[in-house]
Design a protein around this ligand. Structure first.
Ligand code: SF4
Length: 99
C-alpha cells in the first residue's frame, strides 16, 4: 500500500510538471504566434518621422497601438500590430488616435 501511495504521489508530481511544461510551451508559442501575426514595417509605410495631418501630429507614442519601452523586452517601444522595435516619434499608416 505504501508503495502504491508513493507511485501515486510520483504520478501526481509527474503530471503536474508535465502540465507546467505544457503551459510554458503554450505561452511561448502564443508569443511567437502574436509576433508573427504583426505587420512588417515595410507593409505599413513605417517612417521614422511623425506625420502631420489636418493640424494633428500623428506619432507612435500617441497611437492607440503604442507599447511603451517599459513594457517591451528591448530598448525601444513596440506596437500591438506592427512587428519590431518602434520609435516613439515614428508613424505608419495604421496610426489610430487614442479615441
Ligand atoms: S500602428 Fe503604426 S503608428 Fe501606431 S504605434 Fe504601431 S507603428 Fe506606430
Amino acid at each position: 500500500m505504501q508503495e502504491n501511495r508513493s507511485l501515486t504521489r510520483r504520478g501526481f508530481f509527474g503530471r503536474a510538471l508535465t502540465g507546467v511544461a505544457m503551459t510554458a510551451g503554450a505561452l511561448a508559442f502564443g508569443r511567437r504566434a502574436a509576433a508573427q501575426s504583426k505587420a512588417p514595417k515595410q507593409a505599413v509605410q513605417y517612417q521614422k518621422e511623425p506625420k502631420v495631418q489636418n493640424g494633428q501630429t500623428q506619432r507612435c507614442d500617441n497611437c492607440r497601438f503604442w507599447i511603451p519601452v517599459e513594457q517591451t523586452d528591448h530598448d525601444m517601444g513596440g506596437c500591438q500590430v506592427v512587428a519590431g522595435k518602434i520609435a516613439p516619434e515614428a508613424w505608419c499608416n495604421l496610426w489610430s488616435g487614442q479615441g
